[in-house]
Design a protein around this ligand. Structure first.
Ligand code: 5AD
Ligand code: SF4
Length: 469
């Protein structure tokens, strides 16, 4: 049994990480799951969604088939998120349901993995839930075949590493979409913003080799993919762990050369956002005009307490350059309200910045103390009531600007990549280059294609459109 340790997870050394091309191993197990089914439940961010695509790839590589029906599953995998308390609560609620199911179907194998499995306090708690068969963390989910094997001869397997992490290549992947794909370019984070659990759950910031990334994108393009999203906690810090000066702007340039029609990337940090990056984005037509640039707070005092290492003025300067160089650019952000010590005046400064930037969209959160992070120990005197009021006020402003940004697109024509059926009355849904969701009146034949769409209706969260013949 290997349990997580928060103090070890925090350590950073200058040791180069290993890039492992043959660490995934299913030797002798390719028929292990034949005739059996797995169900995977995913909580959290795109990184987790993409990890689940790898876990699905692994399960199918050893013979299992996917199911969405819990009663039909022989293996249930819960891929958890630790970023805020409500992500925890959702996963814990699901664990309750699975426990219940296991009382009547004792032969189901339950795998608990993801970011919550990297948390010391949490694993100390769930390790006593005897009905969880396998616990593994973010650094070793590629070992699931071995753990399933081991489980045959033991009551349970619990293996979580609190390490800086490696780069593991050649894990099989089963992607959810045939048209858009996530591509990891970098794992982990070294920024240690004081509220954030990510550097503890995902290890040190480490980049994949550009050759491996470009190869993956090229293969996706050859297989008909229209869009890739380059994924990392801080994509613009890509390459900082190499010693050859190769950076994210260089990578973007190379990925652009593959010719894939659409390239996106998340998440950018204002700290490492270079002019060179803006230049490359503005020059390459297949790099989409959409930037997610988390500000977190509009108060320099709070930004300092958060350890964000930029001022609002520096942030606004990046926004100014983006808007100057990239026509039609959409800018979205993340904002935390109620960080410990945030006064009404600090909060008003956040509203000021929102009024200046006029975001296309923002993801807003109430501060959630995460065990082991510095902010969880900071004095916090603002009541939850007050925080909720601030959040409501902020959301109102965000929605106003989201609608205004959408309104500007009315009656104009945009290229939309149609992804599939929409929930809305017989329409198909897709995204514009600047990442606006559009429900389009069109037929099945357009799925997977980029087509010109005229915007006919505008809402806060989406647009309506029809094919512009
Ligand atoms: N409390 C509230 N929001 C948080 N985020 C990260 N950690 C916390 C926390 N402890 C938000 C940040 C980040 C987004 C992914 O989640 O805004 O950008
Ligand atoms: Fe968390 Fe900050 Fe790293 Fe983002 S940059 S993952 S908010 S520590």
């Amino acid at each position: 049994m290997n349990l997580p340790k928060i103090l070890e997870a925090k350590e950073r050394t200058s040791k180069r990480v290993a890039i492992l091309y043959d660490d995934y191993n299913n030797e002798g197990l390719s028929n292990f799951g034949r005739g059996k089914k797995y169900l995977i439940l995913t909580y959290g961010c795109q990184m987790n969604e993409h990890d689940s695509e790898y876990i699905s790839g692994i399960m199918e590589d050893i013979g299992y088939q996917k199911t969405d029906d819990m009663d039909d599953a022989n293996v249930i995998i819960v891929n958890t998120c630790a970023i805020r308390e409500n992500a925890h609560n959702k996963a814990e609620g699901m664990l309750g349901r699975i426990k219940h199911l296991k009382e009547t179907k004792s032969d189901i194998i339950v795998i608990f993995c993801g970011c919550m499995a990297q948390e010391e306090k949490l694993v100390n708690k769930v390790k006593d839930y005897k009905w969880i068969d396998i616990i593994c963390g973010t650094h070793n989910y590629h070992k699931i075949p071995e753990y399933l094997m081991e489980r045959l001869n033991s009551d349970r397997v619990c293996e979580v590493y609190s390490i800086e992490g490696n780069v593991i290549e050649n894990i099989p992947v089963k992607r959810d979409s045939k048209y858009t794909a996530w591509v990891n370019i970098q794992y982990g984070c070294d920024k240690f913003c004081t509220y954030c659990i990510v550097p503890y759950t995902r290890g040190k910031q480490r980049s994949r080799k550009s050759e491996d990334i470009v190869l993956e994108v090229r293969e996706l393009y050859n297989n008909g993919y229209q869009e890739v999203t380059l994924l990392g906690q801080n994509v613009n810090a890509y390459g900082k762990d190499f010693d050859n000066g190769y950076d994210f702007a260089d990578l973007l340039g190379e990925v652009s050369q593959t010719g894939i029609p659409r390239i996106r990337f998340v998440t950018s940090h204002p700290w490492d956002f270079t002019d060179k990056m803006i230049e490359v984005i503005s020059k390459c037509d297949n790099i989409m005009p959409y930037i997610h640039l988390p500000i977190q707070s509009g108060s320099d005092r709070i930004l300092k307490l958060m350890g964000r290492k930029y001022t609002t003025e520096e942030y606004l300067e990046i926004v100014r350059k983006l808007r100057e160089k990239i026509p039609n650019v959409s800018i979205t952000t993340d904002i935390i309200v109620g960080f410990p010590g945030e006064s009404n005046e600090d909060f008003e400064k956040t509203l000021d910045v929102v009024n200046k930037v006029k975001y296309d969209l923002a993801y807003t959160f109430i501060f959630s103390p995460r065990e082991g992070t510095p902010a969880s120990k900071m004095e916090d005197t603002t009541s939850l009531e007050e925080k909720k009021e601030r959040l409501a006020k902020l959301n109102e402003l965000i929605n106003k600007y989201a609608f205004e940004a959408n309104k500007k697109m009315e009656n104009k024509v945009y290229n939309v990549l149609i992804l599939g059926k929409s929930d809305k009355d017989n329409k198909y849904m897709g995204y514009t280059e600047n990442m606006k969701l559009v429900n389009v009146s069109c037929s099945e034949e357009y799925v997977g294609k980029i087509i010109p769409v005229k915007i006919t209706g505008v809402k806060t969260w989406s647009l309506d459109g029809e094919v512009n013949e």
